[in-house]
Structures are given as structure tokens and as C-alpha cells.
Design a protein around this ligand. Structure first.
Ligand code: SF4
Length: 359
């Protein structure tokens, strides 16, 4: 079974797998590590442009380790799960002080690197046998082995690790790792898997038993609660936008964002806390919804011009909209906030263009 599974998968990979991903050319431990962190919870097509921009900005481990945290977070703007960027930066600093790990245990000891990510790095960066079990692989193995207990359960995880281990060949570690991830992403997809094109279909138990649609079994999730928030778009006389740095951990940790308020009742107190005073009326300028893993954010954006309150220094930072809307903003921004800023900066320059044409 092992040899046959891996052989068929590798034969398929040679013909149909992904051989031109940017982190494969050149393939170095640093590039593979960055790509694997970006690929956690994120699809390849989304990651590619972020990876390329990141490598332009931080082409080596030393440059990443020497960078300011804001610069790293800024390169992550829009990619989400920002703890990944903070951990990447911490791990880079640790790696320049010590040696770059070459074992699964060594990589797994770094912040933000779990056992499957560590194995994927070792297999791809050093072409050494290492067993991976990411979301795609869990789906393939649950179906192929007809594993019908909840995938989150500890006993199921142990079984899937054992199945993954049995199927992982001794040779072509890098190719096999990419192959099984590619199979999950492109053929054994979550919805409408392409079993007719699958190299391991002949002994796939889910297919033989007609149970593909019901596997893997997931525990039913509770509905996500909605959190309503006001986001304050505060501009000074010069049209600069006020941002405050969020606490280092938690949602959007360490990023610069619009000040947030639970309800209109608390706005004046919030402004006072920022040492700012409102200079004109509030106006609603937009809304967005954003899904986090445990809740949905329902945000309303309200805007006003503000001035410093007395002589106190405001507790935040002011930035021009153009700089914030650029491809390398000076600070890391949450994805939905970056989108709003780009939209408003675009709308503003369209208004200015029209005014210029009318002159
Ligand atoms: S036959 Fe279908 S369900 Fe089975 S592993 Fe292949 S794509 Fe997945």
C-alpha cells in the first residue's frame, strides 16, 4: 500500500503537480519557512504576491531579523492571522542568534511553527523524510482511509498521523510533501473533489463506499456571535489620519488601526482618552463585516475632523492617506482597515483629479 500510494501520487505530481511556485526557485530553508508560515490557513494563489513582495523587502534571514516589527507587519497587511508575522519576526531573531535548525524538533521549537509545518519545512528545504499532516492532507487521508470519527478528536488525529506516516516514502521527500498538499488543494478538494482525476482513487475507501461527501467528519460549530463596533475615522486639518497601535497580542495585535468604540455613548470619553477633541459633526462613511475565527465583526465607520485637546500629546500616530494606501504602508494595518483606506484614498484622488480637470 505505502509504495503504491506514494508511487502513484509522485507519478501524478510529475505530470500535474505545482513545480513553479516562487519558493521552489530557488529553494532555501529561509524561503521555504516563510512560504510555509504564509500558507497556514491561506491558499497558494493568495500567498504568491505576498511572498514575492516579502522577499523583495526581506531577501535574507538577517534582513528580516534586523527589520522593525512595523515593517514586517506592514508586509503582512491583508494576509490576516497577524500572530504569524509577529512569530516569524521573533523566530528570525532567534535563528540569527543560534543556528538554523535542520530537524523537525528544531523547527517545531520556534514560535509559530507546529509539527506539520516543521515537517513540511524539513522535507522541502532539506529533502529529508518528514511526515506532514496539514488541513489538505487530513482531508485526503480521512477520505482515502474512510476515517469517520470527528477529525478534531485526539484519537482521530493519532490515527491520521499514523496513516500519514505509513504512506510517506523514504525518497523524494520534498516532492512527496508537495504532491500530497497539491492533491488535497486541487483534486481532493473540500467541495466537489475530482475523483475521476485522482491517482489514488482505485483504493480510496470513501470513493468505493460512496461516502466522499460525508468525509472528513467535523464537529458542528456553534454559530459565531456578532460584535458591533464603531471605528473612528479621525482626520486633522491637513487630512492626516489618526491611528492607534493595538495591544501586542489578541485581535490585530501590534497593528495600527482606527480607534474602536463599543457604542456611541463612549465616543467622547474615547476621544478624551486619546487627547483629541471633535471639530465638526460625525458622519457615517461606511460599514464592513469581517469574520474572525470566534466572532463576526460588524463595523460602522464614522468620521469627524479632530484637533488636539489642550496641550496634551495625542496618544497615537498621524499618517497621510497616500502613504497608508501605498503597497508598503509605514505601519502594519488590519486587512479590512487597509481596504477602507485604499478606497477612501482612491476616492479622494478621483475627486482631486476631477477638480484639477475643472480648473
Ligand atoms: S478518490 Fe476522490 S475522495 Fe478519494 S482521495 Fe481521490 S479525490 Fe479524494
Amino acid at each position: 500500500m505505502t509504495a503504491a500510494f506514494a508511487e502513484r501520487l509522485l507519478g501524478w505530481f510529475d505530470r500535474h503537480g505545482r513545480h513553479d511556485l516562487p519558493w521552489q526557485h530557488p529553494r532555501s530553508p529561509y524561503r521555504v519557512w516563510v512560504s510555509e508560515i504564509m500558507l497556514q490557513q491561506t491558499q497558494v494563489a493568495t500567498v504568491i504576491p505576498y511572498f514575492e513582495r516579502f522577499m523583495e523587502r526581506f531577501p535574507t534571514l538577517d534582513e528580516l531579523a534586523a527589520a522593525q516589527a512595523d515593517a514586517v507587519l506592514s508586509s503582512w497587511t491583508g494576509l490576516g492571522y497577524y500572530a504569524r508575522a509577529r512569530n516569524l519576526h521573533l523566530a528570525a531573531r532567534r535563528m540569527v542568534a543560534e543556528d538554523l535548525p535542520e530537524t523537525v524538533e528544531g523547527w517545531a521549537a520556534l514560535p509559530g511553527v507546529g509539527p506539520s509545518t516543521a515537517a513540511a519545512i524539513v522535507a522541502q528545504a532539506f529533502d529529508r523524510r518528514a511526515v506532514i499532516l496539514d488541513g489538505n492532507v487530513k482531508r485526503v487521508l480521512s477520505r482515502h482511509g474512510a476515517v469517520d470519527t470527528p477529525v478534531e478528536a485526539a484519537a482521530t488525529q493519532r490515527r491520521l498521523w499514523a496513516l500519514a506516516d505509513e504512506r510517506t516514502p523514504d525518497d523524494r521527500a520534498a516532492d512527496y510533501t508537495q504532491a500530497i498538499m497539491d492533491l488535497g488543494a486541487t483534486v481532493c478538494r473540500r467541495g466537489q473533489p475530482l475523483c475521476a482525476h485522482c491517482p489514488v482513487a482505485s483504493d480510496c475507501l470513501a470513493r468505493v463506499q460512496g461516502r466522499v461527501a460525508e468525509l472528513p467528519v467535523k464537529r458542528r460549530r456553534k454559530a459565531r456571535p456578532t460584535r458591533r463596533r464603531l471605528l473612528l475615522w479621525l482626520e486633522d486639518e491637513a487630512g492626516q489620519l489618526f491611528l492607534e497601535k493595538r495591544p501586542p497580542s489578541g485581535i490585530w495585535g501590534g497593528l495600527a488601526s482606527l480607534p474602536e468604540c463599543a457604542s456611541t455613548d463612549g465616543i467622547d470619553e474615547r476621544l478624551a482618552g486619546l487627547a483629541l477633541e471633535r471639530d465638526d459633526d460625525w458622519r457615517e462613511i461606511g460599514r464592513f463585516r469581517h469574520a474572525f475565527s470566534h466572532f463576526e465583526l460588524d463595523a460602522s465607520l464614522i468620521a469627524a475632523r479632530v484637533v488636539p485637546r489642550g496641550l496634551a500629546e495625542s496618544r497615537g500616530e498621524w499618517h497621510g492617506l497616500d502613504a497608508l494606501a501605498s503597497s508598503h504602508p509605514p505601519v502594519g494595518l488590519p486587512g479590512p482597515v487597509a481596504r477602507v483606506i485604499r478606497e477612501r484614498a482612491g476616492a479622494l484622488s478621483a475627486i482631486q483629479d476631477t477638480a484639477r480637470r475643472d480648473d
